[in-house]
Design a protein. Sequence first.
Lengths: 282, 322
Amino acid sequence: MRAMSWPLRIGWIVIIAAVLVWSLFPVFSILMTSLKTQDGLFSGTLLPPEWTFDNYAQILAPGGAAQELFLTSLRNSIGITLISTFIAVVLATLCAYAIARLDFPGKRIILTTALAVSVFPIVSIVTPLFNLWRTIGLYDTWLGLIIPYLSLTLPIAIWTLAAFFRQIPWELEQAAQVDGATPFEAFRKTVVPLAAPGVFTTAIIAFFIAWNDFVYGISLTSTDAARPVPAALSFFTGASQFEQPTGAISAAAIVVTIPIVIVVVIFQRRIVSGLTQGAVKG
Amino acid sequence: VTTDTVAPTRRSERPAPKPARRRLSDRARAERRLGWMLAGPAFGIMLLVTLYPIVQALFDSLFRLRLTAPDERAFIWFENYRVILSDPAFWQSMWITVLITVITVLIELVVGFGLALVMHRAIKRFRGLVRTAILVPYGIITVVSAFAWFYAFDINSGGYINNWLAWIPGFDTDLNWFAQQGTSLFVIILSEVWKTTPFISLLLLSGLAQVPGDLEEAAKVDGATGWEVMRRVILPNMKAAIMVAVLFRTLEAFRIFDNIFIMTGGANDTEALSLLAYNTSIGRLEIGLGSAISVLLFLSVLIIAGIFIKGFKVDLSAGRNS
């Protein structure tokens, strides 16, 4: 690439700085809120006048005012999200494999259904689920969230994986067999290494979507038996009745954001390719 | 593990000629069966978790049904719909939802296109950085975004934005952003835009990648300015991607819930349709009325999708790979 002229270079630096500020400002803002003392909250400044980790102690340290509430919901969130992501990715892998490789009537219907489900207004199905779950005992249980979470994770997993699988040169498998590999060897040595990154990326995207859920979480739970983090945040209370839960909520928000930022930093290239390939012909 | 030979041409679907159907070979029939065995479970579950509940909602919406008084359950035809459709509160909700949807999608289209251009044009050294920054809002929990913006603005929880705006003549630093509709909506939309623009910009980025580079070059050689290239070459070639992005975001924005729930809970006339449905059925346990609102919300989404697909001729398969 030829060297950029100075005005162009400065222009790019300004643009990229603007993108960074826009994308990271709210995270920085709530991080700062989480490090403020109870009095410091009302300093009216972005940066804390006095730095403290008290808010983190409240949600993480034994005896913290919101520790049990937060850690229980964190466990619920991680468990429910991982299980529903796992189920979605397994089912979607089979489904996308069939769509990409086999000839059977109804492919279009499956893809269109996935598309329709992904834009379905969740609130529309929450009322009947709320009613049904209470009758059959799934209300306020892990399973009662894992099942509806599949409506969030399955469609995007099918789309993303179908797009990934379409790009795999399946002929390699036959070539390996011609070269004397057994069918299983051929599959394991040629297809699996090519398909694995797609499956992994899909799992990340599905995890993000389930991790983000609020509507199901707040509608289908009533105690900390299954309440996930986003729903639990709105139930936080201050250390005493005179204290605001602002600091504790901010600290909890940062704790659940850190893993996302780490995953994004490590896998940004894959996530972008997964999201764009699922969207448009790759 | 299958070892059959599948030609790459199978990927593109073509309608099978009718007479061929009767002469389907055993192999083709086995392939069909295998196809449905593999794809069936995912398909079935998708239907089960959406189709069944919406049918149930349709059914429940025809009853007077209150969980606080379960014995008064009675079949009342479309009475619930009459009550809702003649209630100004419903139309207020509808109006707010449409307003929020239109404003967010328009802003996101412009900002998202800008971000897509930055990702597309940025030199290699910056590309990873920009992508990472843009994916942070994508990955973050919407409720966290809502709290972040809420705490920055709300004077009762130590918001500092008012101090930043003090230089504006006539700005009241005691302004409570969440005490009236207009300013509440401003912050709600800000958070919604921040959180969901990355999605639209990634859809647009994949559209940008499809614009043939030689067309752009040719236009430049012919002396077109940057703006002309944009308007005459890039945008027309991206039309399909733009329409798909707008359709998806419109349908998503129409079900806005999290940001409003956290910031106002629907107070000050900010109760969008999703919130109205939630507050009616889960808040007040009016299952009959709530179901009717749910069905109306679902119908609205269907109508919007219909308008886009028929009216604007959005070909989903043009943007989405099918």
